[in-house]
Design a protein around this ligand. Sequence first.
Ligand code: AR6
Length: 172
Amino acid sequence: MSVPHLTLARGDITKQSADAIVNAANSSLLGGGGVDGAIHRAGGPEILEACRALRASHYGRGLATGQAVATTAGRLPARWVIHTIGPVYSSTEDRSELLTACHTNSLAIADSLGAKTVAFPAISTGIFGWPLDNAARIAVAALRAATTDVEEVRFVLFNEAAYQAFEDAAQQ
Ligand code: AR6
């Protein structure tokens, strides 16, 4: 057990070869827009089938914000998709602990699967509205504080602004 090595990449997380990729999902687990839509489109119907089965067996009322759960990655290059529910940003309430929890719980699931490389998108920074710089600092701090058998955590950033925010956070 040690601290994972943090790396940054630009591009589409569905193209990453990693043992597991993390999905910024919603509590329904039934897909959506943004990176969630991209993962389901590229991974194919097997992922949705697995999500439906999880809902039926465990999460009839939905998966809570901050929690994480794994499914097959269908036809993606990864072996597993770890679905986590980021918090919607609020300017009046501090929800940073929930964003931290998304990262630590996803990493714990990766550990339980035996994944050694895990790719994360910038959770909550799209449709859920979290300011990039702040989200990047929370994500980096959460993963730096973790002890895990995961060897590499790779942030996969979809645009230059996100890449810059994570690069700045990683340098602090
Ligand atoms: N690869 C990597 N990053 C991506 C990709 C991709 N293919 N596509 C978008 N991003 P978002 P959220 C970036 O909105 O804010 C969904 O409807 C994007 O630029 O995907 O957590 C879910 O079902 C942004 O930086 O997720 C939920 O309802 C980051 O991924 C809701 O959106 C996250 O943006 C979750 O919102």
